[in-house]
Design a protein around this ligand. Sequence first.
Ligand SMILES: [Zn+2]
Length: 1010
Amino acid sequence: LEGSPLPRNMIENSMFEEEPDVVDLAKESPSYPIDSDDVVYEPRSSRLLVRGLGENDLDEEEEDYESSARLLGMSFMNRSSSQRSAAASSYTRQQPSNSCSVPSAKKMVVGILVLVIIAFVAMFIYFVPRCTFSKDGCQKTNSSIEQLYPKASNGELFPWTGLRLPASVHPVHYEISLQPNLTAMTFQGSVAISMVVLQETNKIVLHSYDMKIINSTFQDEKVNILEYKPWQQIAIKVSKELKKGEIYVLKIHYSANLSNSYDGLYNSSYIDTNGKRRVLAATQFEPLAARKAFPCFDEPAFKASFVIKITREAEYISLSNMPKVKTTPLGDGLFEDEFEKSVNMSTYLVAFVVANLSSVSKNVSNTLVSVYAVPDKKDQTHYALETVAKLLEFYNRFFEITYPLSKLDLVGIPDFLAGAMENWGLITFRETTLLIGDHSSPIDKQLVTSVIAHELAHQWFGNLVTMRWWNDLWLNEGFATYMQYMSIEEVFPELDIDNEFLSVRFKALAKDALNSSHPLSTKVYTPEEVAEMFDSVSYEKGASILLMLKATLSKVAFRKGVIEYLKRYRGLNTQSEDLWMSLSQVTNPHTDVAEMMNTWTVQKGFPLVTVNRTGIQVNLMQEHFVLNADNATDHSNLWHIPLTYVSDICNNSSSCKQVFLFKDKTATIEVSEKVKWLKFNYRSDGFYIVDYGEQGWRALIIALKENVNVLPHEDRAALINNIFALSRSDRVSFRQVLNLLVYLKNETETAPLTEALTQLNHIFMLLDKRSDLLLVSRMTVGSTIIKRLYQSWEEESSVSKQALRSALLETACHLGRPNCTNQANRLFVQWRTSNKTEHIPGDLLKTVLSVAAQTEKGWQVLLDTYKHSIYDSEKRKTLQALASTQDVRKIVWILKAALDGSEIQTPELPLVISTVCRHSAGYLHAWDFVKENWDKLTQKFSIGSFPLQSIIMSTTSQFSTKTHLDEVERFFGSLKERGSKMRSVQEAIETIKLNIQWMDRNLVTLWKWL
Ligand SMILES: [Zn+2]
């Protein structure tokens, strides 16, 4: 899926009611995440207690409730409830009799303790039957077996008790035939699944969601399908054990509605240039929605081949992962398209589209590459075609594995929630992330190129080699994000992507500094937990630590290791360890990559390195850097930091870089007495921050004031970033931050200026939302950065300079500075009176339109533009302008229109909300809107999904008072299973607490400064 800045797909609803407290406690424990493969739901609490007894190494084959039950002493469960406590104690009495000799007093104590625990387990199982956790609730049952197995929808016992599927049967091949009806918005389907038995069993369990099963056969004999809806599973029971190594075939006929949300097989629509509403059907399966389109083993490790047939009307075409082999007329104006048998792949990568689309194509190293869009937008597809052609050639060369399919389609889908989705051979996009029109700016091109580079990298990282389970999602997303920046830097150097990557690393640091962050590899289990993995940590921190590793191993060794990994695991599923192993193999002298990288993937957060110099001795100390709102500290974590530094004796060239692996709590290095200053984390390649101590900071500030070029611009930006972070955790005073910022009057590079602007903007936003008007107005005229706002409106050459200009002018106009707003108004009038032929540079468009949107007339013009524009980047900027209005009635209207999807497409709601929240006029309205419409929001964007994460953070992260903190806590607390447990809720609360702390500490300094 496409990286963070864009809303991503959603997955399904809550599956569990409240969990028992014991589970929560276990979840919070800072232990290494256990391999999710040995997590099976069945009595969930008991599994945790089993783990407590040291039995956490169950392997997959044992993932049956029976095995856990055995471990716990099945005898308890087979008794009737009235006998249970007695049974428990009799069991405890029996234990000592098994010992051969008289135990020592110490052994006795331990023994008794163990027995007490076992008794507790028994009591626990007795008091908390598994039905407590299911939506059906507890029903009166006679036998304990019924309590362990859930009831299928027909009342029979469902033969499986885990959210993860049993591993005894593995699918080999699917034959899928689908007949979507775009008028009735329904579809009929049939699937024949060939599967191989890996372990004798008498049941087959797979996924299916919300479909009506018409009939089904197993080995061509009619078979009864059992369904357990809460877990989206179906199962068949067979009377004779299935034989190991044999192939069996299950066929299912079914019907369903096209999905109304943005996943599964869903209907999408748009208005064409003639004002006519057009419909299409498209798919979005990652992570858990293939099961909405066809019954399947919907976990990434169950790879299989697919043959797909789609019936369509004459006016549409159909596309799927593979090239079409034939079309058969079926009569009644219907045709059936059949596609080639696919390569082996995970279900989440299957895709198809039925729509009226036009395309452009090109042959690239024996692959037919095409870009599809709705007919009105066909002429906007050329940029994407040229771009994907170059990147495909690059990746073919870089990975030394040729893209394995004979075709590759990129399709712009109207009304698409994710940024893009890497389906094998059929990559789907939002129109904004694929189409480039005449008026698109270089920044728009940077976005489109980034998304294409990301999705294309997935064809290797993700599609060819796939993470075994969603706990290692970062292997997919971190890598694709890293490759996206790396490939663009190589292939499109003019796009200045390195500045973008730097700011992405800063963003990842900010997220990961919160206590509510999580380790890259995190145990995930429920659909909500899987959805939450699609966040800044998996994408941006993942990419950041890969960059750090590359910088440590060298470009050449890193690439060799990556090629080794892809070749070795081609077609298979992997875990983080497998990647580290491949990378270790290519290092010379041999480095244990896993040992180093595990410190970055299995513990959350990152280190702060504190530098303390006396003469030639430089003492270093590392600790977990966490912005702590609750004063809970944990100093025990250590990282293997590939520490780098330069000094004033030698700087500004990579050869000056000194490197050593910092593994312990403290270390000492020696430098020449002549050295005036040291700068650690050269070019900010490492995922850590540094505090230089008062003396060290002073030396750096003096050096920068004399000559900004003593350090590369990445290092200057990093100093700004780090000092703000340190001030937020109260390690340096805000006064010191301001001392550093003084050097900015000589700064000309984008990265440091952008970083300073971002940090100051953040403070400004908080003050603005507190309605601290006096301070806001002083900040408006006072700040060092904002004084630079004479920046020109003329064309800028480089993309990063354009981005900077765009950010500066946006801030200036947002603050209402007359020289900015007057010029913006002039440009707008020219644009409007010339009927939009008078060009506004694309990077200024949003700023100009946002100024124009503040008048009634301007707003109406823009609304009209929004409705009729066929250029999506223009359309999006127009929408942001509309949402920046200060008129409360318009704010209310626009929020509502985006929620109901009538005049503004619902996938844009997160963008509308975040734009509204930039301004004090709309901020509280947006928060009220979220509270009032919570249930509607969670129908559109499911719990845990990225759009919902974004909405929560936009509407709460600028509060900085106790009153608002209480309100936010109260609201989310009241949601219970409707979302109160989301990580983004914890993040929101933590952020507000930190804002309050910051204000308490620094308001006075700010008053003095401004
Ligand atoms: Zn992705």
